[in-house]
Design a protein around this ligand. Structure first.
Ligand code: GUN
Ligand code: FE
Length: 451
């Protein structure tokens, strides 16, 4: 059945253009495609008549007009390690390279056991969906069976997911690595085949080629993945320039590259469906190269703060024409929430501006754009997702600020100040305010779903 959503809608049209539409209506087809977005509508019935939708041919979803609620596009988490979720908050005083050896590789190696994968992955999907993340770019582990299981679970939960099997054939511990180039190749192809079988159109789950980072891959593996990306048009995800010791390590390991970005470029890995996580220590030339190739950056402010990696210059990336979205980077990042990550992005930009250059400062409108339209662009889905324009898919969350146990206090005189309500949501809201979530027109989470 078709659906008319009626109420207040908030969505981004451009980086600094956050639109608030009251008494608006969105008409959605059975297949999840948005047919119309009407402002200043009198009622769902009046809108239906205008679009020649006969009575009885559609259902209506309309939150109580007396509640402080609005529809918002689903969030994009452009970088999350599903396998690291048990470690959220565990990082002590480590930085990237010792954090990987102390906390991360031991945990990831336990995913040889499918029971571990089942319990962790089902929880991560429920938790991220419950926080309004309708699309996630996941890293799994090196294990084929566990990675395939992540794809199965995302598909059955109805969350859009890019599923990445980690490739790492160099410079990694003996107990957790690809033993050979061939092992990485066979496992990568196995995961691609599996996902083709369970979701042939890749509408919900899609494989993503995942060299962990240049410091854990041979040139041969990087180049093979680059060629595979070109041949299959599959997306790619990896890390870039997160930490200064890592940048140095990559320089020594791969002297054929003029820069970190150039290593990936020479191996054919910088395409217009490539997601580069962190990008903290890039040079101007690297930003230009990444923009030229059409690759995107996953900005991970919570992780970059926790692991003291540094402060990504988001405004410089945007000014250079690089696509930018937000990533939680669980568990370098401590929160699975993109709302919290948007808050962190705003604060980190203020720390940068305190160093003397105000132009680094990001606004509320800008971080919410990164969380939605920016993320969609980074995932190569900008024509299909990110806001409520006709022709796109209904991936949405219903935010209710005065729900039971809400962490946000709304006073009577604030109810009509929608810009203020959005600000209060960004800084004080959490998953309790996410009262319903839809993907592809289907309800996938909500208060009736137990987390
Ligand atoms: N670089 C290589 N692997 C990782 C990882 O798991 N997390 C982060 N933050 N950086 C990485
Ligand atoms: Fe990461």
């Amino acid at each position: 059945m078709r659906t008319i959503y009626f109420g207040t809608f908030v969505h981004s049209l451009a980086l600094s253009d956050l639109q608030v539409l009251q008494s608006a209506a969105v008409g959605v087809h059975e297949d999840g495609t948005i047919e119309f977005l009407d402002e200043n509508a009198d009622s769902p019935e009046a809108v239906a008549e205008k679009h020649s939708w006969p009575a009885g041919s559609y259902s209506i979803v309309s939150p109580d007009p007396a509640s402080a609620s609005f529809f918002f596009p689903g969030f994009f988490d452009t970088h999350i390690h599903a396998s690291q979720y048990p470690n959220v908050g565990l990082f002590g005083k480590t930085t990237l390279l010792d954090w990987l050896n102390t906390y991360t590789f031991p945990l990831e190696s336990s995913f040889a056991d499918l029971k571990v994968a089942d319990s962790v992955y089902s929880r991560v999907i429920a938790r991220t969906l419950g926080n309004g993340t309708t699309t996630a770019a996941y890293y799994a582990t090196v294990h084929t069976a566990s990675t395939n299981r992540l794809a199965d679970l995302a598909l059955s939960a109805g969350q859009r997911a890019f599923i990445g099997r980690c490739c790492m054939d160099a410079n990694s511990p003996d107990y957790y690595c690809d033993k050979s180039l061939e092992e990485a190749q066979v496992a990568t192809l196995d995961v691609i085949e599996h996902i083709k079988k369970i979701d042939p159109s890749h509408n919900i789950v899609c494989p993503i080629l995942t060299p962990r980072f240049a410091a854990s891959c041979t040139k041969e593996l990087l180049s093979w993945l680059g060629k595979l990306a070109t041949d299959t048009k599959l997306p790619v995800q990896t890390h870039i320039s997160e930490n200064l010791l890592e940048v140095e390590l990559v320089k020594n390991m791969h002297p054929f590259g003029n820069s970190y970005a150039d290593v990936y470029d020479k191996c054919g890995l910088l395409g217009d469906r490539t997601i580069l996580a962190h990008a903290v220590h890039l040079t101007d030339d690297e930003r230009v190269l990444i923009a030229k190739r059409g690759s995107g950056v996953a900005h991970c402010p919570a992780s970059n703060s926790a692991l003291t990696s540094g402060e990504t210059r988001v405004k410089l990336l945007l000014d250079a024409g690089v696509k930018v979205g937000l990533g939680t980077d669980v568990s370098g990042g401590f929160t699975p929430s993109i709302l919290h990550t948007a808050r962190q992005a705003l604060l980190v930009s203020r720390h940068l501006s305190m160093e003397g250059d105000e132009s680094h400062k990001l606004s509320i409108e800008e971080v919410l754009y990164l969380a939605t339209v920016g993320g969609a662009n980074v995932c190569g889905l900008g024509n299909k997702l990110g806001n409520f324009l006709p022709g796109k898919k209904w991936d949405a969350q219903l935010i209710t600020l005065d729900c039971k146990d809400s962490p946000v206090d709304i006073f009577p005189w604030e109810r009509q100040k929608h810009e203020d309500l959005v600000a209060k949501w960004l800084f004080n809201g959490d998953d309790r305010n996410v009262t319903k979530v839809w993907v592809d027109g289907k309800l996938v989470a909500g208060t009736e779903f137990a987390l």
